[in-house]
Structures are given as C-alpha cells and as structure tokens.
Design a protein around this ligand. Structure first.
Ligand code: DX5
Ligand code: ZN
Length: 235
C-alpha cells in the first residue's frame, strides 16, 4: 500500500527587492518611487572595512524611511553589527540583515534587532558554508545567501551557492525552520529562474532593475519570471 502522500509546501508570491545600490544616489527619493510596486527596498550599507566599498549609513536610511512605504530591507556589510544593527531597527527598517562572518555572537545580534522592532536576517558570503549556522537559523527571520562577493553591484551570478538555498528550502518546507530565503547578487532575467527553482523566496536585484528605462516594469517582469519557474512561488 502506498504511504501517505507528501504534504505539498504552501506556495506564496515571490518577493522582489530592488537594490538602490544601482540607483542614482542624488535622486534616491525619486528612484525609490520608481519601484513603488516592489515588495522590499534593499539598502546596502557598506563600511569600507567589512567590504572594500563605502555607501551610506543610518542618516540616509532615516531620510529614506520618511519618503517610502516600501518595507526596508537593510543589508549591513559592516564590522561590529552588535554595535550598529539595532539602530537600523529602531529607525524603522522592516528587516535588518548582518553578516555571519562579521560577528562571533550572531544570536545576540538577532535578539537585539528583534527587540528593537525589526525582523532579523543572517547573510553568508558565497564561500561560507551554511551547515554551521543551521541550528541558529531558528533565531532568524531571513537568510540572505550572497551570490556574488559582497561589495559591488553588477557582478556575475555565482550559481555554486544554490545548493545552500536548496538545503534551507527543504528545512523550511519540512517545517523545521520559518525563514524567508533571500538571494543577492547577479539576479537578472538569465539567472532568476535557477534561483527560484532552488527555492528562493526573495530576490534582490540592483542593476537588473535600475539599469533599465523602467525600473517598475523590471520589478514586475522579474516577479512573473520567478513565479513561473518554481512550484513554491505563485503570482
Ligand atoms: C552587493 C550588494 C547587492 C547589489 C546587487 O554587495 O549586496 O545588493 O546591489 O547588485 P546586482 O543585482 O547588480 O548584482
Ligand atoms: Zn545587498
């Protein structure tokens, strides 16, 4: 006799998170308005220590929060997140993600972010394995898998990170973790289907959104493409 049929994982809509790293920094309010239909607004904070690039920090995030209703997804590529991350949550960011490689005590940083009112995200660089972090992912709301080396937009997608996505997708679908699985780097119309098929929920896209004539239309097109590529995603 056949055993019980496996329970199909619940399908949900793909989340598209445009990264303003590829926007015009002199016109950030307009560039944010141009992606009004986006699910999350991805804001890359870089400190020129954790990564070899410098972008923006809390004052710009606070100003942006005043001009948009899109939930803000702050990606902190910084040293010492224990010191800095809670301020982004207090300012009103929806999700605050920091890097596993930047702290010895990720659980305590996650607790501080949640206590300050935001969802907590953990990010891993392409070369960082996920297995050592599986247990502590229970303390997080988001896992951000980097599919380029953090620091710059417009780089080539590293497909070798997709097994990390698939591993965590299986744990989420089995009910062992409750997490948004997010991917960041090199996502465009040639790579989003593979990421969706591996089990991504939330797709960050910088150059593929902002290096186009119509960023809002690019968001909608990526969302449709992701939804069509994976049974766990629907429109
Ligand atoms: C890179 C940033 C990304 C970047 C992605 O360190 O974390 O969010 O904006 O840009 P694209 O989509 O162009 O690879
Ligand atoms: Zn990012």
């Amino acid at each position: 006799m056949a055993g019980p049929s496996p329970v199909a994982p619940l399908a949900h809509a793909p989340l598209i998170a445009p990264s303003i790293l590829s926007a015009d920094f002199a016109r950030l309010a307009d560039e944010t308005a141009a992606v009004a239909g986006a699910d999350w607004l991805h804001v890359d904070v870089m400190d020129n220590h954790f990564v070899p690039n410098l972008t923006l920090g809390l004052p710009v995030v606070e100003s942006l929060l005043k001009v948009t209703d899109i939930p803000m997804d702050c990606h902190l590529m910084i040293d010492d997140p224990k010191r800095w991350a809670p301020s982004y949550a207090e300012a009103g960011a929806y999700n605050v993600t920091f890097h596993a490689e930047a702290t010895d005590d990720p659980i305590s940083v996650a607790r501080d972010i949640r206590a300050a009112g935001a969802k907590a995200g953990l990010s891993v660089k392409p070369g960082t394995p996920i297995e050592p972090y599986l247990e502590i992912l229970r303390d997080f709301d988001t896992l951000l898998v980097m599919s380029v080396e953090p620091g710059f937009g417009g780089q080539k997608f590293i497909a070798e990170v997709l097994p990390k996505v698939a591993l965590v997708r299986n744990l989420v679908d089995a009910g062992e973790l409750t997490l948004v699985v997010e991917i960041d780097g090199g996502i465009n119309d040639e790579t989003i289907e593979a990421a969706a098929a591996a089990g991504v929920d939330c797709f960050v896209a910088g150059s593929a959104v902002y290096n186009t004539a119509d960023p809002g239309a690019a968001v909608a097109a990526l969302r449709r493409q992701a939804a069509a590529a994976s049974p766990h995603l629907v429109l």
